[in-house]
Design a protein around this ligand. Structure first.
Ligand code: GLV
Length: 326
């Protein structure tokens, strides 16, 4: 019996690639080239499955040009790079990698928020360039975290994990805005209170953004939204580039309209808006919120398990995505 053929679109952990090779005829990307849509289409001819990450464009054009494809399995939780509607219309199953990265990503979001509030990278750069000559009472004074108001925009699994850290570890007052309210039983242990977006922006000392990206969340935080925030507030984006208008953010930071920011994701990444690079009060990291080794391994194994199940008649560990869940 011929084995299904799959493409692993990026270089992944050898142990995961080996597991896939035990089940499938596998084409790998050992050079870790960022293949264009056209290159992906060419490599997907005759392939039944594809293992993808955050950025490969699995769009309607690609789907129409890859008639053998049956399963698209991503090791990322966000899937704005995949047209789930087009896949489902062609009977292609799509899975992402939820849950396994929740706590690690929440740790990182919290760390970024603290780094922005307490000016950690800004003061480190100062030290490294040899500018430190004396201690002073007002030296790199920042904002407190404990006892302040944490605002979460997007209260899914990761948002709730950040809220738990704030409420239970740092005595923070938790506000959130989300399309749907949490059940009272989920709000109560962390004292979380649903508010409208304008109230969230106006009352948060530290805003953390964790919404999925799509047309409805493009520039969800733009200049007019930043204008509602406290001038001492911090903003942390670990969601997706494009949710925040990076140019407007850079301007707000530079003008003192906003206290500080921390960004792990950027519109058009890996390019970073040049205005951000010149602003001292922003912490910038290269999309690594889920990047602990155990978590990245767990994400990759989950995607591999799903691909194996979907192409061998098994049940995937996480249910295939529906267009309505986009
Ligand atoms: C990373 O950004 C992910 O969506 O898993």
């Amino acid at each position: 019996m011929t084995r299904p053929a799959v493409l692993i679109a990026r270089r992944i952990f050898p142990a995961v690639a080996e597991r896939l090779a035990a089940h499938f005829d596998v084409e790998t990307n050992d050079a870790d080239t960022l293949w264009s849509r056209e290159e992906l289409i060419q490599r997907l001819q005759g392939k039944q499955g594809v293992f993808v990450t955050t950025g490969e464009p699995i769009d309607a054009t690609l789907i129409a040009a890859c008639p053998d494809l049956k399963a698209v399995c991503s090791m990322a939780v966000g899937y704005n790079n995949i047209d789930v509607t087009a896949c489902r219309a062609r009977g292609i199953a799509v899975t992402n990698a939820p849950d396994v990265l929740t706590e690690t990503t929440a740790d990182f979001g919290f760390a970024l928020m603290m780094a922005a509030a307490r000016r950690i990278t800004e003061s480190e750069h100062f030290l490294r360039r040899g500018a430190w000559t004396k201690w002073a009472p007002d030296f790199f004074v920042g904002a407190d975290i404990h006892g302040t108001t944490l605002g979460i925009l997007g209260m899914g699994r990761i948002g709730q994990a950040i809220a738990r850290r704030g409420a239970l570890g740092f005595s923070m007052n938790v506000l959130y805005h989300n399309r749907s309210r949490l059940a009272p039983a989920s709000e109560a242990p962390i004292g979380a209170r649903w508010v409208d977006k304008a109230t969230l922006l106006a009352e948060s000392d530290h805003l953390v953004i964790v919404v999925p990206y799509g047309p409805a969340s493009h520039h969800l935080i733009a200049a007019a939204d930043l204008a509602l925030m406290k001038p001492t507030a911090t903003l942390t984006n670990i969601a997706r580039g494009g949710v925040v208008d990076d140019a407007a953010l850079a301007m707000a930071l530079r003008s003192g309209r906003l206290g500080a920011a921390a960004l792990d994701v950027f519109e058009g990444e890996p390019a970073v808006h040049p205005a951000l690079l010149d602003v001292p009060n922003v912490v910038l990291t290269p999309h690594i919120a889920s990047a602990s080794l155990p978590t990245r391994l767990a994400m990759a194994h989950l995607a591999a398990d799903n691909l194996i199940a979907l192409l061998t008649g098994g049940t995937p560990r996480t249910p295939p995505l529906e267009p309505t869940t986009c």
